[in-house]
Unconditional design. Structure first.
Length: 272
């Protein structure tokens, strides 16, 4: 599924191509994604796209009267196309900016499109209010992570994935961050020390930044808005490397299953 780096790559592409351009029309071919697509999104037709921002894995297209909020779900992507080009299978919504448009392509239809009227606080929206802090914000500190982990019996991997303490650390990036911090994925979150949390906050930021610079991870369907594939998956230390030598110590990488998700780790480098 597209995670924070992939959504950030999409945001950067939208920003470069469409910000400060007039949205001439919105066409909805499939009104039922994960939830019904509200007709309210058509309020922004004729307005200029002021900015493209992101909250966790939600892309926000900001106009004068409100924001169109896009979630890419399990298999979604935004694609640039000529406005009058033939619609392809699994393309559901088009935002047209004169001769160029972007279309939501989502084979599994687990994505969503919502509308936030101007002035709506993120905390007021049911899909945004519960989210943790952004990993690149000043609020993501070792002390914050330490306090959030107190009393938690879940594994540190699950703790990172749930998004209550920090958002955007998906399965690939959690495995990679834990490797770099030297922490095993099955360790209880409540047993993290302040030193562990300091290491984790540092490496989470580094891993996510590296993923953005690499264009994200293209494991199945994800591609940037220009169709470019990401290549972070080609430089991972442990993710999807079961049985292969650790890039640091040459010990074979192991795989375990946690909450129906694969976790990868090095038994020598990750001793804690």
């Amino acid at each position: 599924m597209p995670e924070l780096p992939e959504v950030e790559i999409t945001r950067l592409g939208v920003e470069a191509r469409f910000v400060e351009k007039r949205l001439t029309s919105i066409e909805i071919r499939q009104p039922m994604l994960r939830w019904p697509v509200p007709d309210d999104i058509k309020q922004v037709q004729g307005q200029t796209l002021a900015s493209a921002t992101r909250r966790s894995k939600y892309l926000l297209l900001n106009f004068h009267s409100g924001s169109v909020m896009v979630h890419l779900g399990m298999s979604g992507a935004l694609r640039i196309v000529p406005t009058h080009s033939v619609w392809q299978k699994h393309e559901h919504i088009q935002w047209s900016f004169d001769d160029l448009a972007m279309r939501l392509h989502d084979p599994r239809r687990f994505g969503s499109v919502d509308f936030l009227p101007a002035g709506t606080l993120h905390a007021e929206h049911p899909r945004l209010g519960h989210l943790g802090v952004e990993p690149f914000s000043d609020a993501f500190t070792a002390e914050h992570l330490f306090q959030c982990s107190r009393g938690r019996k879940v594994s540190v991997k699950a703790f990172l994935l749930e998004g209550h303490a920090v958002v955007g650390v998906g399965n690939i990036y959690a495995s990679e961050s834990l490797f770099r911090a030297g922490i095993r994925p099955g360790r209880s979150a409540g047993r993290l020390t302040q030193t562990d949390c300091a290491a984790l906050t540092d490496v989470v930021k580094v891993v996510l930044l590296e993923a953005v610079e690499a264009g994200g991870s293209s494991l199945r369907d994800f591609a940037g808005i220009d169709g470019e594939l990401g290549h972070f998956q080609n430089q991972t230390f442990v993710y999807d490397r079961q049985g292969l030598d650790c890039r640091v110590c040459q010990t074979p990488v192991r795989r375990i299953v946690q909450n129906q998700r694969s976790s990868f780790y090095c038994p020598k480098c990750q001793k804690k």
